[in-house]
Design a protein around this ligand. Sequence first.
Ligand SMILES: CC(C)(COP(=O)(O)OP(=O)(O)OC[C@H]1O[C@@H](n2cnc3c(N)ncnc32)[C@H](O)[C@@H]1OP(=O)(O)O)[C@@H](O)C(=O)NCCC(=O)NCCS
Length: 413
Amino acid sequence: MSIDVRPSTDAGKYLATDHLVWFGEVSDNDAEAMRLGLPEDQRFVADLPDGPEHLHAGIYGVRPMELALPGGALVPVAGLTWVGVHPDSRRQGVLSAMMRDHLARTRDAGTALSALHASEPGIYGRFGYGMAALHLQVSLGRGTTFTAPHLEEEARALTTQLVDMAAPGVTERMRACQLACASERPGTIVGSPGFFSLMAFEPAEALRDKEPRRVLFARRGGVDVGYVGLRREHKWEQARPSGTVTAGMVTGSPAARLALARRLVDVDLMGSTKLESIAVDDPLVDWVGGPRGTGELHTWDSTWVRLVDLGAAWSQRGYEHDCDVVVEVEDRHAPWNAGRWRLTASAGSGAAVRTDDAADVGLDVAVLGSGFLGHSIGGRLRAGLVREYRRGAYAELAGAMRTLVEPEPSIGF
Ligand SMILES: CC(C)(COP(=O)(O)OP(=O)(O)OC[C@H]1O[C@@H](n2cnc3c(N)ncnc32)[C@H](O)[C@@H]1OP(=O)(O)O)[C@@H](O)C(=O)NCCC(=O)NCCS
């Protein structure tokens, strides 16, 4: 069946298709305000010959973002978002056509990587995306104690400041701070200025009884060195205040995070604090004495990464160990990646070159995406998801890709 995928020319129709797919409350806010951070030339639609009359069969969008890689490079990444298929057009290949379109456009634009957050875990692996960063969702009781003796001196030199996210200049401060910290935290995704404005744009129907988002900054000598976005929610139980502080991604050095965490568990009228997204080996878990020092702890998938242009992507990141492995790559949706590559890492730098040599390892391109931010992928062989032709070759490859600390999760986009 012919599926026509092309740039969107009708903002209202694009938004109406999204509303049907995501069944949220329809806003009176104009279509442009709702699409801050999604440039006009990065909205795409798909139509079927006998598709829905007044809506598109499918839509997707791309946020141009930057991704911090192991080794410290901050590189462009296509942030895939707004993916939706009309309920009457589903399972007819519309998403598949949109994914092929996205991968070809991204490669033509010279961007080597695509990343996303998945609504359902079964969707994107088949399109070559790998689960590249996990995150923890952690609850902490009021007054939780954090023990980090070697950070105390540095943390004492910091102050904290609570401001409204929508106040003038605040999202600019957040972005500047995240950019300054990103290279220390592989996995960090930095959005465009428009994307940061979108976070502070909360129409009345999105708020209802919630308070608008606030930001807590950590500062040293008047300079921002970290921040966390948060919202408080009132609750009274047996006449006692027992509200929840819900906090988003935490940005900053370990000492800044410590200062922010201490302030987050000491907010008046609150009973608990929920940190929605921290790395799986985040120091916070050590500071409270391990998982049982938290109230609740859940693990979910955060960023999914896709090597759109394998050859270019491999040399963008740094490597903590050397490797020299011939990999037979399967890639149904980006055939330019498929086939045999010699993947090397030496003195921290990587090179990917085409080869006719015999393969040491056979894998789907999604496996390389899973390990691209440094997340351990050693277990994939044991799980039967990788074929090894030369004994020890996969350990060599996975060991080179792995980093000392787990990748930072990324904010939902
Ligand atoms: C997810 C969604 C975009 C899929 O679109 P679609 O046009 O039906 O997908 P396709 O017909 O191209 O399916 C491609 C393949 O993916 C599979 N697939 C699609 N959605 C899936 C899901 N949710 N879980 C598991 N597999 C899925 C299909 O079975 C098909 O498999 P096959 O190639 O083996 O036949 C669509 O169901 C949707 O709009 N869902 C609600 C919004 C959403 O979740 N968007 C994703 C945002 S991250």
